[in-house]
Ligand binder design. Structure first.
Ligand code: ADP
Ligand code: ZN
Length: 216
C-alpha cells in the first residue's frame, strides 16, 4: 500500500505521517526531512537544496525525483509520502517510476486546513532537534520551554518558518502543488479530510478511510 499525504505547508502532513506510520507500518518518506538532513551534513545535495529552501522555493523537480528514486530503489515496504510529490512533473515522474517497478498510488489524502490556521501553525511551530517531535507554542506547547517532552532534546524553529519565507512557500504551494488535487481526483484515488482539528482527530479521520489498513 502506497499513500500520499497532500496539503499546504503547516497542514499537518509531518505530524500525521508519523502517527500513521506507527499505526500502519508504512514507511514515512518526508522529502523535507531528507533535505534538512542533507543540509545539516553539508552534502552537495544539501547545499544545492538549501539555496531553494531558504527562499521558500521548491527544490528542482529533477533533483527531487532522482533523490527519491535513489533512496527508495530497494525499498520493499508500503510508502507514506509526506511533501512529495509537490508538482505535476513530480507526480508524473512518480507514476512512471511506479509503473516500471510494478507499484501504484493507492490513496491520496488531502489535509484540508483554512489559510488563517496555517500561518499560526507555522509561526509557532517548534521541532525537537533530536527526535523530530513537532510542537506548537500556542496549541501544543512542551511542558518545559525549549525542551522536548519525549526525549529532553532542544526545540528549534525551522529556518524557513519565518513570515516572509512562509508567504513564499504558500505561494509556491498554490501555484505548483494545488493542481495535484485535480490530477489525483481524476485518477480516482483522492480523499479529502478536515485537517483543522487536533492531531488525534485528524488521525482518526484518515484511519477511517477505505484502504487505510491498520497493522495493529
Ligand atoms: P512544509 O510542508 O511545511 O513546507 P517540508 O518539510 O515538507 O515543509 O518542506 C520544506 C521545504 O523543502 C519546502 O519549502 C521545499 O523548499 C523543500 N521541499 C520539500 N519537499 C519537496 C519536493 N517534493 N519538491 C521540491 N522541494 C521540496
Ligand atoms: Zn525529542
Amino acid at each position: 500500500m502506497n499513500v500520499i499525504l497532500l496539503g499546504a505547508p503547516g497542514s499537518g502532513k509531518g505530524t500525521e505521517a508519523k502517527r500513521l506510520s506507527a499505526l500502519t507500518g508504512m514507511k514515512h518518506i518526508s522529502t523535507g526531512d531528507i533535505f534538512r538532513a542533507e543540509i545539516a551534513a553539508k552534502t552537495p545535495l544539501g547545499l544545492e537544496a538549501e539555496s531553494y529552501i531558504s527562499k521558500g522555493n521548491l527544490v528542482p523537480d529533477s533533483v527531487t525525483l532522482n533523490m527519491v528514486k535513489t533512496r527508495l530503489a530497494s525499498e520493499k515496504s508500503g510508502l507514506l509520502f509526506d511533501g512529495f510529490p509537490r508538482s505535476l512533473a513530480q507526480a508524473e515522474g512518480l507514476d512512471a517510476w511506479f509503473r516500471e517497478t510494478g507499484r501504484k498510488v493507492d490513496a491520496v489524502v488531502f489535509l484540508d486546513v483554512p489559510d488563517e490556521k496555517i500561518i499560526d501553525r507555522l509561526v509557532y511551530r517548534r521541532t525537537c532537534a533530536s527526535c523530530g517531535k513537532i510542537y506548537n507554542l500556542k496549541t501544543l506547547p512542551p511542558r518545559k520551554e525549549g525542551v522536548c517532552d519525549s526525549c529532553g532534546g532542544e526545540l528549534r524553529q525551522r529556518a524557513d518558518d519565518r513570515e516572509d519565507v512562509i508567504r513564499q512557500r504558500l505561494e509556491a504551494y498554490r501555484r505548483l502543488t494545488q493542481p495535484l488535487v485535480e490530477y489525483y481526483r481524476k485518477a480516482g484515488v483522492f480523499y479529502s479530510v478536515d485537517g483543522s482539528g487536533t492531531p488525534e482527530q485528524v488521525e482518526a479521520a484518515v484511519a477511517a478511510l477505505p484502504g487505510i489498513e491498520k497493522a495493529r
